[in-house]
Design a protein around this ligand. Structure first.
Ligand SMILES: [Zn+2]
Length: 217
């Protein structure tokens, strides 16, 4: 499911041709993926040439970063904070929940879930077709507050395990908030990841725990 949506996004997108930036995304991505210990995921990290400041990870470990977020992530540690967070949504299976919610809304059918559970081939086919178009819509929906907290918490631990100082997550969210100032619209990443004060306070409180996993490389 994640794979189909990912291929569709990549097909429509313009991939970056900047070898240094692509290498950065893959280098940091590999370390974060390794830190999750999920060898059953088919990890893939691609950089899309697009001025929007965004990034996502689909179920199964398919990650896309938009070039517009790189001035905000700034360095490897900042990027590790974003990737740790995004990967955590996939690991915690938030995507599945969100896609299901999107489907139910779009189809207007509470019965869809029941039909899917029964594995009715006609419904599965219909849903698959819809997901092609719907997955992108799903990506734009904000996560719930609880999902955000979980991804922040897990993401901090993954970045620390990967050898990135978890304090960089605080700097990242502060820069994200800063980037929102003086713009007509906040960065796209903020439309799905509001950087409220509570988020930053929570991250601060989790840093001592994350530091126990931190071994600088
Ligand atoms: Zn998130």
């Amino acid at each position: 499911m994640g794979l189909d949506a990912y291929r569709q996004v990549l097909k429509k997108a313009k991939l970056s041709t900047d070898p240094v930036a692509i290498e950065q995304v893959r280098r940091v991505g590999r370390r974060i993926a390794e830190a999750t210990g999920r060898t059953d995921y088919q990890w893939e990290f691609n950089l899309i040439e697009d001025k929007q400041a965004n990034a996502f990870c689909l179920p199964g470990g398919k990650v896309a970063v938009y070039t517009g977020i790189l001035p905000i992530t700034r360095d490897d540690s900042g990027l590790a904070a974003v990737l740790g967070h995004e990967v955590s949504h996939a690991i915690a299976r938030h995507g599945g929940e969100r896609v299901t919610q999107t489907l139910l809304v779009q189809m207007g059918l509470a019965a869809t879930q029941v039909a899917l559970a029964r594995n009715d081939p006609a419904v599965v086919q219909q849903v698959t077709a819809l997901l092609g178009a719907g997955a992108t819509v799903g990506l734009l929906l904000p996560w719930s507050r609880a999902q955000e907290s979980e991804a922040d918490h897990l993401g901090l631990i993954f970045m620390a395990k990967a050898g990135y100082d978890p304090h960089a997550a605080l700097d990242l969210w502060n820069r994200m908030a800063e980037a929102a100032k003086g713009r007509d619209r906040p960065p796209e990443y903020l439309s799905t990841h509001p950087s409220e004060e509570t988020r930053i306070k929570q991250i601060e409180a989790w840093i001592p725990e994350a530091l126990q996993f931190y071994a600088p490389r």
